[in-house]
Design a protein around this ligand. Structure first.
Ligand code: URA
Length: 189
């Protein structure tokens, strides 16, 4: 997969798992393809499936507000993708076989973007990208490093909607992310 065009065409006709049968749209990702910061969520929900864009529902609105606090926005300086590109029925967690089948698309995006920082939103993304053993309630806000790329897990915005008591921790994590961006990123943020 050498170009975004090739990736987009191949991914949009993907039938590597059963989620293709019930999808309206493949939700590849959104944002700046030259971003130094890549955000990864879990998978599309109903609104995302309809629009073909990640994080456009209530959780997406909260994510945009969180990003704004530290000068980030999907239209300018980050890219947002998901572990699975097609909506799991009734918003269930994607099965391990579905996560595995979909991972090559995220890998291809990662290679094209070549980010300095990867931000995992929630336990599903953190478990797949950082470490299977990661416990989001204990390990959010900690830095990990893979091949020189910094990785961090934050609570998923949907979890913050369900449990606002976690928001103060997320504010601290966002400020830590901002500090790291200022330290290692070269684009203007
Ligand atoms: N939740 C996610 O993890 N991803 C989306 O795109 C929307 C909601």
């Amino acid at each position: 997969m050498h170009t975004w065009d090739e990736l987009e065409i191949a991914c949009k006709s993907c039938q590597k798992c059963d989620l293709h049968a019930t999808r309206t749209n493949v939700v590849l990702g959104v944002g700046n393809r030259s971003a130094e910061v890549l955000f990864v969520g879990e998978g599309p929900g109903e609104n995302e499936d309809i629009k073909g864009e990640p994080f456009v529902g209530r959780a997406g609105k909260l994510l945009d507000d969180m990003l704004e606090i530290i000068g980030l926005s999907r239209s300018r300086n980050i890219y947002i993708a998901n572990i699975v590109k097609c909506r799991p029925p009734n918003n269930r967690d994607p099965h391990e076989s579905e996560r595995e089948a979909c991972l090559p698309w995220l890998r291809a995006q990662y290679m094209l973007i070549n980010p300095k920082i990867v931000v995992c939103l929630g336990r599903i993304a953190a478990g797949k990208i950082i470490d299977k053993q990661l416990k989001i309630s204990k390990d959010h806000g900690k830095w990990y490093e893979r091949d020189g790329v910094k990785m961090i897990a934050l609570y998923h915005p949907a979890a913050l909607l369900r449990d606002p008591n976690r928001r103060p921790d997320t504010f601290v994590d966002l400020k830590e992310l901002e500090r790291m961006i200022k330290t290692i990123c070269t684009h203007t943020y």
